[in-house]
Ligand binder design. Structure first.
Ligand code: A2P
Length: 330
């Protein structure tokens, strides 16, 4: 683990980790750009500029979030305002949407993302979900009748080509179970560098983290605060009584407890806030620690997925139930 760039507005450095697949440094606290309810591109751009000012250097986007363009514009402006010297100071992740999850559509999809971002390369390109949607359908949200099983072999081979061509420094997956990772590792010529999954005190992903560690895959957590207020999350994390008690005793917020917990567990997380005060608050987690007792209490919290996968299951569809969708890892 190495220390990263000093943030302007806080006295802390955001710790980084190096991706062995590329040697690129990735801040362990990344900035999420998926906003729900949806906001205008200008709001997203201004939030990203503020985040760069505060010291965030790791940005997470996806074709389906609609945030690639505002992120690209924010990067151009950040360079022209001297907030950063070049794009190389940033770590940029984007994701292949399910309707492009066909062997012949991966490369064009990545080119489109790069065009949106005005970049020559990504740091990390992920398969967004382990499912395919009907070709050419890009609506936000998923129509269950369009869901198909993914041909992992051809999609992953195309992802590998993206890395070989230098269009992305590393490739990875998102929302993959141990079972799907194990299947992928059998035929992958380039193993996934990262698996980005839901991760917070109420869904701590212990088993998956263990599997990933054994196989050299870095886990990055999304929804570290439970994605309250969004379509795919809820307020169970921020309203959890144990977390509230720990926060109160420490003079911190529940959000800070969640982020500090993830940091102490050794995982990187992507946190989304477009509110300047909360963006700053979320960075202020590096000069204090949780006690052993706190960690035990958090470890004992009952576990359940916030992002259940219900959106993808249908009795007559490709995935009949959530257990099937998550390969029983629920
Ligand atoms: P906002 O953008 O208004 O700050 P997650 O990162 O788990 O997906 O959670 C994102 C949600 O949590 C967003 O609705 C975001 O709203 C909110 N959020 C982010 N940081 C904080 C914080 N420090 N305290 C409370 N809510 C937060």
């Amino acid at each position: 683990m190495q220390m990263g760039s000093r943030s302007v507005a806080t006295s802390f450095r955001i710790p980084e980790q190096v991706l062995p697949s590329s040697g690129r440094r990735m801040q362990r606290l990344g900035f999420g750009t998926a906003a729900y309810p949806l906001v205008t591109p200008e709001v997203t751009k201004q939030a990203i500029l503020k985040a760069i000012e505060l010291g965030y250097r790791h940005f997470d986007t996806a074709h389906i979030y609609g945030s690639e363009q505002p992120l690209g514009e924010a990067i151009v402006e950040a360079i022209s305002r001297g907030l950063i010297k070049s794009r190389d100071e940033l770590f940029i992740t984007s994701k292949l949407w399910c309707s492009d999850a066909y062997g012949d559509l991966v490369l064009p999809a990545l080119h489109r993302s790069l065009q949106n971002l005005k970049l020559e390369y990504l740091d990390l390109y992920l398969i967004h979900w382990p499912l395919t949607l009907k070709r050419g359908r890009y609506e936000f949200g998923v129509r269950k009748e369009y869901i198909l099983p993914m041909d992992f072999g051809s999609v992953w081979a195309a992802m590998e080509d993206c890395q070989r061509l230098g269009l992305t420094k590393s490739i990875g997956v998102s929302n993959f179970t141990c079972k799907k990772l194990a299947d992928l590792l059998v035929f992958a010529k380039i193993p996934p560098a990262v698996n980005q999954v839901e991760l917070n005190p109420l869904w701590n992903q212990k088993k998956l983290r263990e599997f990933c560690k054994e196989n050299g895959i870095i886990v990055v957590g999304y929804s570290p605060l439970g994605a309250s207020g969004t379509l795919w999350g809820n307020n169970k994390v921020l309203e959890n009584e144990v977390l509230k008690e720990i926060a109160e005793a420490k003079g911190k917020t529940v959000a800070q407890i969640c982020l500090r917990w993830a940091f102490e567990e050794g995982v990187g997380v992507i946190v989304k806030s477009f509110n300047g005060e909360r963006m700053k608050q979320n960075l202020e987690i590096f000069d204090w620690s949780l006690s052993k007792e706190d960690l035990i209490r958090i470890d004992d919290l009952p576990q359940s997925r916030g992002c259940t996968g219900e959106l993808f299951v249908d009795e007559s569809g490709t995935f009949k139930c959530v257990e099937e969708f998550w390969d029983g890892e629920v």
